[in-house]
Ligand binder design. Structure first.
Ligand code: 5GP
Length: 224
């Protein structure tokens, strides 16, 4: 029985989960918790031209690169999607972070803005599941941005200005979760992930093999 379950997991097609929400919704913390609790979902590390914050590590949170490197990667078509001017910085998803995992049944989690989510849907269609995190209030967004102590006042004001614009895209997403309480949010997203994993399209190869085996077994038993 264990073998059948392992086999089905391995031949399953992975899904791509895109999580978006304005700065200050607690998106980063939610993502870290999901990754820590689920060994079968891998984080797609984006590239960015912005400077690392004090708590960020190269290769873990982002690949921090120069504008020249960014131009080179874009010209080499190394990006699955990219957005060139977010807050004056540039971001991109590397193809190499994605394909090798999807094809062997591992899921990939992306922290992208709404433009990235839209591009992923256009390119990868049914493989992509998008989740929008809404803050419980705008006051709470400001409190979280100031509380993390990683951005300058100027950057915080810029991010606050963008919150309402960003929120206006909530209805383009497949799922919407209000992040009022971390544990509750993480569990809701974990339930979304496990439901999506069960979709027939993601299990096609494995299910066909299993059903063929069940039919053979059933016919043999009938003959016996
Ligand atoms: P931050 O600078 O706060 O880390 O990220 C700013 C915004 O850029 C966030 O909304 C984040 O989701 C988005 N972002 C990060 N990486 C990518 C990426 O590779 N592509 C796109 N489209 N957006 C990204």
């Amino acid at each position: 029985m264990e073998d059948v379950i392992n086999y089905l997991r391995k031949v399953r097609r992975g899904a791509m989960f895109v999580i978006e929400g304005p700065s200050g919704t607690g998106k980063g913390t939610v993502i870290k918790e999901i990754l820590a609790r689920d060994p079968h979902i891998k984080f797609s590390v984006s590239v960015t031209t912005r400077a690392p914050r004090s708590n960020e590590q190269n290769g873990v949170d982002y690949y921090f690169i120069s504008d020249a490197e960014y131009d080179r990667l874009r010209d080499e078509d190394a990006f699955y999607e990219y957005v060139d001017s977010q807050y004056g910085n540039r971001y991109g998803t590397l193809r190499s972070e994605v394909d090798s995992f999807i094809n062997v049944g591992e899921d990939v989690l992306f922290d992208l803005d709404w433009m990235g989510a839209r591009q992923m849907k256009e390119k990868a269609g049914a493989d992509v599941v998008t989740i929008y995190l809404l803050p419980p209030s705008i006051k709470e967004v400001r409190r979280r941005l100031e509380g993390r102590g990683t951005d300058s006042r100027e950057v915080i004001e810029k991010r606050m200005d963008m919150v309402l614009e960003k929120i206006s895209h909530w209805s383009e997403f497949d799922y919407v979760v209000v992040n009022a309480e971390l544990e509750d949010t993480v569990e809701k997203i974990r339930r979304i992930i496990s439901g999506e994993r069960m979709k027939r399209v993601r299990q096609l190869t494995g299910l066909q093999t299993l059903v063929d085996e069940l039919v053979k077994e059933g016919e043999a038993l009938r003959r016996a």
